[in-house]
Design a protein around this ligand. Structure first.
Ligand code: ZN
Length: 52
């Protein structure tokens, strides 16, 4: 009876049931430029060791 972990949208912090719903949500609710910005900032955090 393990419950699925909740997934939170990294852009608007909406909580979703699982990662498939997150993918649908990202496609339907966010523009490609919003998604690109989020991915770039995540990459920068990894690459340069930024903490946010
Ligand atoms: Zn969202």
């Amino acid at each position: 009876m393990a419950s699925k972990p909740q997934v939170q949208c990294p852009l608007c912090h909406l909580e979703l049931d699982d990662s498939e719903h997150l993918q649908d949500h990202l496609v339907e609710s966010h523009s490609s430029s919003e998604l690109a910005e989020a991915i770039v900032s995540r990459w920068e955090a990894t690459e340069y060791g930024y903490d946010s």
